[in-house]
Design a protein around this ligand. Structure first.
Ligand SMILES: [Ca+2]
Length: 221
């Protein structure tokens, strides 16, 4: 430390002499010491931030919150209700139009029996009713049978029903394959092995009969 202080003093004196013009003839003295390294400078200013990186890949979809799921369930339920109402309206409209087209109809418990006054065998009756989106009249209880009888009486002609035992003799089924639970057979009927279809008598009773005879076409919707 003492040596460093001495060198600083000598350098200072030498500098004074060189800057004095009146003493410039003196011999310049070379400092007889080594240069002391300077102290460290102040730390530099931190650099600015770099440009932001590119976006990463989209992650998997997270699970919806319970609240959102409940909201979706409510919305679905509302839509189902609206759809049901629309279907009911469409069904009523369809039956109103069919009632107008066929002009001869009776309505009972939401079911509509109609006839266009034509006759046909069983297959023709099925094809005619299917063409309009219905099926051959098939009473499933006394009220429906009475409604069909009312239309029968108005037209004054015997009518086919949809039920038959074409698949298994003696076991009458509906057109959708369901076993017939309600029946209104006339005494001693059914009695014909070759009589796979059903007609209605003027008193509302039923008789099994050949499917090939011609009867009034009556449909239900
Ligand atoms: Ca019979």
């Amino acid at each position: 430390m003492q040596r460093h202080v001495l060198c600083i003093l000598v350098l200072g004196a030498s500098s004074v002499r060189m800057s004095d013009p009146e003493r410039c003839n003196c011999e310049e003295k070379v400092p007889a010491c080594t240069i002391i390294p300077g102290s460290n400078g102040l730390p530099g200013i931190p650099g600015s931030n770099g440009l932001p990186g590119r976006d990463g890949k989209e992650g998997p979809q997270g699970e919806k919150g319970e609240q959102e799921l409940e909201l979706l369930k409510t919305q679905i339920s509302d839509l189902q209700g609206e759809l049901k109402a629309l279907q009911l309206t469409a069904s009523k409209t369809q039956k109103a139009i069919l009632g107008y087209i066929f002009s001869n109809s009776t309505r009972v418990e939401g079911k509509l029996f109609v006839t266009n006054g034509d006759d046909g065998d069983y297959e023709t009756s099925k094809a005619t009713c299917n063409h309009f989106g219905g099926q051959v009249a098939s009473p499933r209880n006394e009220n429906e049978n009475n409604a069909a009888l009312k239309l029968f009486a108005k037209m004054g002609r015997r009518v086919f029903f949809g039920m038959n035992d074409q698949e298994t003799e003696g076991i009458f089924k509906h057109l959708n394959g369901e076993t017939m639970e309600y029946s209104n057979w006339a005494p001693k009927e059914p009695n014909g092995v070759e009589e796979d279809c059903i007609e209605m008598y003027p008193d509302g009773k039923w008789n099994d009969i050949s499917c090939n005879v011609a009867r009034l076409i009556m449909c239900e919707f």
